[in-house]
Write a protein that binds this ligand. Structure first.
Ligand SMILES: C[S@@+](CC[C@H](N)C(=O)[O-])C[C@H]1O[C@@H](n2cnc3c(N)ncnc32)[C@H](O)[C@@H]1O
Length: 332
């Protein structure tokens, strides 16, 4: 048996990603968002052998199932990616590169307070439009009337998309393979709603790829020990416009202090470790830097988190002195 290949993820691929290199061939790129058990991935693979098909998922079981099929050789032109579509679109997929987008039965998130988790909403549709090539098609299927109604309103208000149907949606499409959720809807007597839009020549919203920042770190002196710093810690938040950080806990030993931090920014969410350690060859100085636990990416939000913690530590003692500051200045 082949060793398991490494799961592709928004955390381990370059931002942006060279998809031709990932697939090993330069072909049109199709994405399916939330492929679930993968019925549609198989259909797309068979139907478009001259395209590269990228499946986006967050459910591990679905990813493992698709990866096993890929390893068996059943899906030669398919790769699957762990990550929220919203994140992948903004970090990994360059503008004007997608030849088609498929979304089958997205999670409805019925409750009003969960509305912002819905896939079809202004920001994400704008990101999709910006990533689609002219004439690329966007296919959406849902069995929830409210979701169909809401999607219709969002699509109608999207100048970069043209409806290819004579109605906002239809209740069946020729030659469609049935996905798991579609089969369930049909079994339970619910009607399905199918949308087919096309990318027209109207300019797309300008949504540049969000790149990584430089690795954040700051070097300083403080009369306080690791223990004195860690025992004064209480959780705190730090915000800057749409970036939010929550410093949840601080653990220490004689090697350093580890801060457990949540970072939430519009394009990505991360739980990271920020480390306070002694500087090599300068044991009188401290370095505060991003730890490697959990494969963090040095985003703006991570810089904000390191800034927030450094400001807090420096504020603990008036004799603290900054030696070198490699954090983004706008968060000062
Ligand atoms: C209701 S299921 C539909 C699965 C499949 N398309 C079908 O029709 O049977 C929705 C799927 O989308 C995935 N998903 C939800 N939100 C996502 C997101 N933002 N990005 C990528 N996948 C997502 C879920 O893990 C789940 O597998």
């Amino acid at each position: 048996m082949n060793p398991p290949f490494r799961q592709l993820s928004v955390f381990n691929l370059p931002w942006p990603t060279d998809w031709s290199a990932v697939f090993g061939s330069h072909q049109p790129l199709i994405i399916e968002i939330g492929f679930g058990l993968g019925h549609y991935l198989h259909y797309l693979s068979r139907t478009y052998p001259q395209s590269n098909i990228l499946g986006l998922e967050v459910a591990n079981m679905c990813l493992v199932k698709a990866e096993t099929a890929i390893q068996r050789g059943d899906l030669p032109n398919v790769r699957v990616l762990y990550g929220y579509a919203e994140t992948a679109l903004r970090h990994l997929i360059e503008p004007d590169t997608l030849s088609a987008v498929y979304i089958n039965f997205p999670d409805p998130w019925f409750k009003l307070k969960h509305r912002q988790r819905r896939l079809i909403q202004r920001d994400t549709v704008d990101a999709l439009v910006s990533r689609m090539q002219p004439r690329a098609r966007l296919y959406l299927a849902t069995d929830i009337f409210e979701y169909a109604h809401m999607s219709d309103q969002v699509f109608r208000a999207t100048p970069g998309l043209t409806n290819t149907l004579d109605a906002p949606y239809v209740h069946s499409l020729p030659d469609r393979v049935t996905t798991k959720y579609e089969a369930k809807a049909i079994r339970e007597g619910r009607r399905c709603y199918y949308f087919v839009y096309e990318r027209n020549r109207q300019p797309a919203p300008l949504i540049p790829i969000v790149q990584e920042s430089l690795m954040p770190h700051i070097i300083f002196t403080s009369p306080l020990s690791f223990q004195e710093i860690a025992t004064r810690f209480t959780p705190f938040d730090h915000h800057h416009q749409t970036l939010h950080t929550h410093v949840h806990n601080a653990y220490y030993n004689d090697q350093g202090v580890l801060f457990d931090v949540f970072v939430s920014e519009p394009t990505i969410e991360q739980r990271i470790a920020i480390l306070l350690v002694r500087r090599e060859d300068h044991s009188d100085q401290y370095v505060l830097r991003l730890g490697t636990i959990g494969m963090p990416r040095p985003t703006e939000g991570v810089h904000l988190a390191v800034r927030g913690i450094s400001t807090w530590i420096l504020g603990l003692h008036p004799d603290s002195v900054i030696i070198e500051d490699k954090l983004r200045e706008e968060f000062l």
